[in-house]
Design a protein around this ligand. Structure first.
Ligand code: ADP
Ligand code: ZN
Ligand code: ZN
Length: 664
């Protein structure tokens, strides 16, 4: 009697045994259709056994082993097992979640291949082949260091200032892996925001089949790309975080671009960090992994300075010298609609020289707050603990967390005051102010509201390149990896709110964001200029930024973290709970904390607290922080704790464990 042990997409840790007389060990990793309760489901075979502990009358027959695709390889399953263990998520859900949706369904995917892989890439690739530039000595050193480790595990931090040519190092290291007959995996934060990277890869390797993997693909495309990766036809996979699970039998190199980017961490379900799993995968497979950034996560930087990762520095910018960065002290300057005279003079100078200027405001909408001066009324979202943002052109107040929108009231509902005051500045308001100051300038606003339509952002980029735009007003959408050769001034508004945030990672994120934004200035042959409006011009963060000295900033920040006992010097996990009432979530967590304390007194278990935003989309959220200086100890504790937490139905709360949380 052959028994197969099957992983199914269910919210419990159990695997399920079925009879399958025709199964052999070669079916491990294959999909199988099984009866499950009154339904039928697709699962993945993890083991074949000769007997089972389950009473014979309860073991059902598998319906069909699906053999039209090669099985998941042992090493793919190994990575998925690691992810399930480390992030404390059910194995079946992890395995099924890593498959393209078409493979999770009972209906078999069609065997017909819609397009071949080369055809897929050709759409993005105009024919001319771009020759590789001669590498600088720094780039060459970095590339050679990676090449020398092909076939061995080594994590590298490629620490390169913006414009230092990190991409060329990725491409050359990938070329070395490809030449050695290996596949290469390039992970990026968001493909929609970095289309020129995709185009560059295609240009550089016109003969090499490449596929992309990201959530924007149609289900059929995703399946086709996944298959091409699985059977080795695709030699390069360019993808977002989910691509870290792509089956790649000949994988020889992983590159993670902008490794600090928060989008590498999934915020629900399996709360994994694709950056961290990339390192795990490289170690399991004995291959190098390159993490690239101008402003790495402090965890990564710490790994590099402590010698666990090899540091590859690219300290000099190619072409134009780095931008001059200066602060404008808003306590001394008079502001008109949030804009200082010095900032306006900078923009005026740009226009006179026929260069482009970017005004960076990391907040969309017109004003973040609408306020009644007579009675103090401020409109908030009914479903979230958040204020509604005024979108003036649409005459609506919108919640940026749940999408809830209401018409802008003509008078205060509390006291009837018709004179409601917008407080603070969003992109729309800045755009309006600039239109008044520069009536002849062509102004373009770039935020989620103006780029939500497909291809909108693509055509905007073209207009910027073609110099059909003089002033850009934009949010962080524009901060990431775009090369605008005529953009020479970047002005930053209201960055200060992040300086004194309660989130211990806020300063790190601000430094990374401002470095990216500043990197947009002066990308041609001209030196750029960056002006930061701030009430705290003496703040050390701005001083380090002005010197483009990430390492000074990071060394200070790490010293503070060490002293205060924050990551990377401790390891953290959150138990998150949500319920219709906050009290229920807190009660569940209070009991969980008690259970935890009785399990292991070496773990620091804090008191349950409401989440930073306690109400979101109608659910109340609370959390409980646990931490330890030892990762192994924390993991052991989480395993035991999770087994005890069991069902929270009594509390009407849903819970999840978030290991290495980034959001509090
Ligand atoms: P980073 O990603 O480090 O910010 P990029 O990879 O975007 O920097 O490179 C910045 C610019 O320098 C790009 O326009 C790139 O084409 C160019 N570049 C990179 N390496 C070289 C080189 N060795 N010689 C000339 N130009 C280069
Ligand atoms: Zn009022
Ligand atoms: Zn809301």
């Amino acid at each position: 009697m052959t028994i197969i042990r099957v992983a199914l997409d269910v919210p419990v840790d159990t695997l399920f045994d079925y009879r399958a007389p025709d199964a052999t060990a070669t079916d491990i990793g294959r999909r199988v259709v099984v009866p499950f309760g009154r339904k039928i489901a697709v699962g993945v075979i993890l083991e074949t056994l000769s007997a089972t502990q389950v009473p014979a009358e309860r073991v059902r027959h598998a319906l069909k082993i699906i053999r039209d695709l090669p099985p998941l390889a042992a090493e793919d399953l190994r990575l998925l097992r690691f992810a399930a263990d480390y992030y404390h998520h059910p194995l079946g859900a992890v395995i099924m979640g890593a498959l393209p949706t078409r493979l999770r369904r009972v209906a078999a995917p069609s065997r017909k291949r819609t397009r071949n892989v080369l055809a897929v890439t050709a759409a993005a690739a105009p024919p001319p082949v771009v020759p590789a530039p001669r590498l600088t000595a720094e780039q060459l050193g970095a590339t050679e260091a990676v090449r020398a480790r092909l076939g061995n595990f080594q994590a590298f931090l490629l620490l390169g200032v913006t414009g230092s040519g990190k991409t060329e190092v990725y491409l050359h290291a990938m070329a070395a892996a490809l030449a050695a007959g290996q596949q290469a995996l390039l992970l990026v934060p968001e493909i929609a925001l970095t289309p020129q990277l995709e185009a560059l890869v295609v240009h550089r390797f016109p003969e090499i089949p490449m596929v992309s993997l990201h959530s924007g693909l149609a289900a059929s495309e995703r399946l086709e790309h996944w298959r091409a990766a699985r059977d080795g036809r695709a030699r390069i996979v360019l993808g977002t975080r989910l691509a870290v699970f792509a089956p790649l039998p000949e994988l020889g190199l992983i590159v993670v671009d902008e490794e600090q980017d928060a989008s590498f961490k999934q915020a629900e379900g399996l709360r994994y960090s694709a950056r961290d799993l990339a390192v795990v995968r490289a170690r399991q497979r004995d291959i190098p992994v390159v993490l690239g950034s101008a402003t790495p996560a402090l965890e990564t930087y710490h790994n590099a300075v402590s010698g666990r990762y090899a540091m590859l520095p690219l300290p000099s910018r190619i072409g134009a010298p780095p931008p001059r960065i200066a602060c404008i002290d808003t306590r001394r300057e008079k502001l008109a609609e949030g804009l200082s005279e010095r900032l306006l003079a900078g923009v005026r100078g740009c226009l006179a020289r026929q260069e482009q200027a970017l005004v960076f405001v990391n907040r969309r909408g017109y004003a973040p707050v609408l306020f009644c001066r007579a009675c103090g009324w401020i409109p908030g979202c009914r479903r979230c603990s958040a204020r509604l943002v005024l979108h003036r052109q649409e005459r609506r107040l919108r919640c940026h967390h749940c999408g809830h929108a209401v018409p802008t009231p003509v008078a205060c509902p509390g006291c009837g005051n018709p004179d409601l005051a917008p407080i603070g500045h969003g992109t729309q308001r800045v755009e309006e102010a600039l239109e008044r100051c520069f009536p002849d300038a062509r102004i373009l606003r770039i935020d989620r509201d103006t780029t939500s339509r497909r291809r909108a952002w693509q055509s905007m980029r073209q207009r910027i390149k073609d110099r059909e735009v003089d002033i850009l007003v934009g949010t962080q959408i524009i901060a990431k990896g775009h090369d605008f050769p005529h953009l020479n001034l970047v002005a930053v508004l209201n960055a200060d709110s992040q300086l004194y945030s309660t989130d211990f990672r806020a300063a790190e994120r601000l430094f990374a964001l401002l470095t990216q934004v500043a990197g947009r200035a002066g990308r041609g042959d001209k030196q750029g200029e960056v002006l930061i409006q701030t009430e705290f011009p003496q703040h050390p963060l701005y001083a380090a930024l002005a010197r483009q000295d990430y390492r000074a900033f990071a060394d200070d920040a790490l010293a503070e973290r060490r002293q205060a006992g924050f990551p990377p010097f401790v390891h953290q996990a959150l138990l998150r709970a949500e319920a219709p009432r906050l009290a229920a979530a807190l009660e569940f967590l209070t009991d969980a904390a008690r259970t935890g304390r009785s399990l292991d007194d070496r773990i620091s278990i804090f008191d349950p607290v409401p989440a930073a935003m306690p109400r979101r989309a109608g659910r109340e959220r609370a959390q409980l922080l646990v931490q330890s200086e030892s990762r192994a100890q924390l993991q052991g504790f989480l395993r035991a704790w999770r087994a005890q937490l069991g069902s929270s139905r009594a509390y009407r709360a849903r819970w999840a464990i978030d290991v290495d949380p980034l959001e509090f």
